[in-house]
Design a protein around this ligand. Sequence first.
Ligand code: HEC
Length: 203
Amino acid sequence: MKNVIITIGITITISTLLGLTVVYAGLFNVSASWKDPALVRWVLATTRENAVKSRAASIKVPPMKGAQQVEEGFRSFREMCASCHTPPGTPVSPVAKGLNPEPPDLARRAEQMSSAELFWVIKNGIRMTGMPAWGPTHEDAELWNIVAFVKTLPEMSSDDYRTLDQQAPEGHGHSGGGHNDKGSEPGLGDDSHHDDFGGGHTH
Ligand code: HEC
């Protein structure tokens, strides 16, 4: 019994020293151009998938409102997402090329993820990746518009996207209640009701 305790003690001490060596000696490569080994990628992807699934489980999806909502969502997508998540028929931007992990093809993820999961990711972002949280600066209603648009991506051809891009004028507020960037308001707006980024239904 005594030997077991001594062995465990030595193991913990050595592990701690090894861990501290990695942290202090700069052994870990933080470069974004260094690709993680397959095992690390699997661990990260599985952790992310399960974390999003469990947190999105209690989010109630509001009724979707059809074409108008999809168009609103498209405008926000073009402004907020397209630089990283390459739209159909568009060249991959230098930002998207340089990110690690890479921004995924949203058409594929839209097939695999539920609306609640998409909403959760858009609102909360994904820590330690390039995926920002849009909850601190945007209303839920606008984020649901984006979800509505993203859900149409699997069916969208390059031509469809180009048509949408040409038809929807750039800029804000053309059809009411579109963009609502609280961050650009004087005094940064009132964020007091935004301390729970779980769609109002988690915890
Ligand atoms: C600055 C670049 C950047 C911007 C802008 C961006 N994303 Fe992302 N996004 C990423 C990256 C990088 C990932 C991959 C994260 C990962 O692999 O864990 C990602 C992942 C995602 C995912 C997939 C999450 C999953 O579980 O697989 C969705 C959905 C998504 N983003 C939607 C959006 C939407 C919608 C917008 C616009 C409102 C947006 N993103 C804006 C970089 C970005």
